[in-house]
Design a protein around this ligand. Structure first.
Ligand code: ZN
Length: 197
């Protein structure tokens, strides 16, 4: 089954992952809607479908499916990265931030120079985390073929220096807090993301 962006958004609605309200995004801007990927990916059947579709989309963007390893930034990329790796039939490893906030490989994960990797996370907003992983991999002599995310909140603009794919590309409605109509209605603002405020 091919998963169109519209049917993907239906899955978000069915699983309660398409949140409506008044949200403060990581950028500081306010928004009337938020897609919480974790609420879709908590269901293994949806996670597997998303992984299979995203693997196909990344292979198309990269021009090859000859991938050796999938690498994700923790936490957001863990489940979708695992499912993309299942679809490619390869291993999945992840990066974590050390005490200096630097992206690193821990837990005995290793990469060999010349290995071919793709980088996967759940949501791309600026592409910053994916780009950090791409740079870590290139520094280790790994060939980075492409990158992907379930949701692209950049409207297609995020540049991660390698070919990139997403299952749905969104132009999210955002407001400057000073001009936010939801603030003007006195609605309390919620920080929905994975990062602490
Ligand atoms: Zn607001």
């Amino acid at each position: 089954m091919a998963l169109s962006p519209e049917s993907l958004l239906d899955v978000f609605r069915q699983t309660g992952a398409y949140l409506k309200g008044h949200f403060r995004l990581t950028s500081g801007l306010h928004s009337p809607e938020y897609l919480q990927c974790a609420l879709v990916l908590q269901h293994p059947n949806h996670a597997e479908t998303c992984g299979r579709e995203l693997a196909a989309a990344i292979a198309l963007a990269a021009g090859t499916s000859a991938v050796d390893v999938v690498v994700s930034p923790a936490m957001g990329g863990l489940i979708i990265g695992h499912e993309v790796a299942r679809a490619f039939g390869v291993r999945h490893i992840f990066t974590e931030r050390d005490t200096d906030r630097k992206m690193t490989l821990r837990r005995g994960f290793t990469l060999k120079p010349g290995e071919r990797a793709v980088v996967v996370e759940d949501v791309i907003t600026t592409g910053g985390s994916t780009l950090e992983v791409v740079e870590l991999l290139k520094a280790a002599g790994v060939e980075v073929l492409g990158a992907g995310s379930v949701i692209d909140r950049s409207g297609g603009r995020a540049n991660v220096s390698v070919p990139r794919a997403a299952l749905a590309t969104l132009q999210v409605t955002t407001y400057d807090p000073a001009e936010c109509p939801l603030c003007q209605q006195g609605l309390p603002v919620v920080k929905p993301g994975s990062r602490p405020s």
